[in-house]
Design a protein around this ligand. Structure first.
Ligand SMILES: C[S@@+](CC[C@H](N)C(=O)[O-])C[C@H]1O[C@@H](n2cnc3c(N)ncnc32)[C@H](O)[C@@H]1O
Length: 258
């Protein structure tokens, strides 16, 4: 099955739709607050949120811009975004199905583009980043966040195998230097950077993606055997009869060149 079909399958389940709509990390995460405080939109801006999930980022910016288009490849997630927008009486948010790697918009359309916690699903991240550059107006703003891993190759491979066992639609999390190089190649200048470490409870994290009992057991064993280079990142601790571990997330605010 292609990665994109796998994404749609993973994110269409009731657990996923409900989980991403209510998840603290997604609905109230530190990276959302960071984007909201670091980006200063004008009231006449047209914004695009790519891979919107349950729409948390689009809903955060909607009151501060003229209009937000929230896009995602999974129709069930877009339906949840529309439902939350209606509940909160947000009338300037429109949903539209779209693949991040081939955006259905003309060049130079948006003043602001946001993409939060999603690039690791895209099989061709660099194509998506070029699309971000294409649809932004010259001088437009990109608000981006995603998880990052350590630069050591074997440890980065272990990290990605861990994430992929939990979510088969996970493609690849990059070390920061590889990520920033992709953006700079596409013409972006980085204006602000924030590094975050967020702690998760294992079962809540695994259940959002319907992980089987067998795979949960494997993931817990893997966490006891992580390479040394991953110890500062995962920082695992066993307490209250469960496992807690961390992920690193990067927040980048960028501007596209003229
Ligand atoms: C973790 S959720 C995104 C969270 C959301 N941006 C937020 O701020 O809460 C990941 C989303 O990426 C979407 N996605 C994955 N691959 C995609 C692609 N190629 N194009 C568009 N959306 C994609 C999934 O359908 C899913 O809704």
């Amino acid at each position: 099955m292609s990665n994109k079909r796998t994404v749609q399958q993973q994110f269409s389940s009731r657990n996923a739709v409900r989980g991403y709509a209510t998840s603290d990390i997604h609905a109230r995460g530190e990276s959302l607050a960071a984007l909201a405080s670091l980006i200063h939109p004008q009231p006449d801006w047209l914004a695009l949120d790519v891979a919107t999930g349950a729409g948390h980022t689009a809903l955060t910016f909607a009151p501060r811009v003229r209009q937000v288009i929230a896009t995602d490849i999974t129709p069930a997630m877009l339906a949840k975004t529309a439902e939350l927008a209606a509940q909160r009486q947000v009338s300037n948010l429109e949903t539209r199905p779209a693949d991040a790697e081939s955006l259905p918009f003309p060049d130079d359309t948006f003043d602001l583009l946001t993409c939060r916690l999603a690039l690791h699903h895209f099989p061709h991240a660099e194509n998506a980043i070029r699309e971000f550059a294409r649809v932004l107006k010259p001088g437009g703003t990109l608000g981006f966040t995603d998880n990052i891993t350590v630069p050591e190759k074997a440890a980065a491979g272990f990290y990605n195998a861990y994430e992929k066992l939990r979510d088969p639609s996970h493609h690849w999390v990059y070390p920061l230097a590889r990520l920033t190089a992709m953006f700079e190649r596409a013409g972006f200048s980085i204006i602000e950077t924030r590094r975050l470490q967020k702690e998760l409870e294992f079962h809540t994290w695994a259940d959002r993606q319907n992980v089987s009992a067998e795979n949960k057991a494997t993931l817990q064993t893997m966490m006891r055997e992580i390479p040394a280079a991953l110890k500062p990142l995962f920082a695992p601790r066993w307490a209250d009869g469960t496992l807690y571990f961390s992920l690193w997330e990067i927040v980048l605010v960028m501007e596209i060149g003229d």
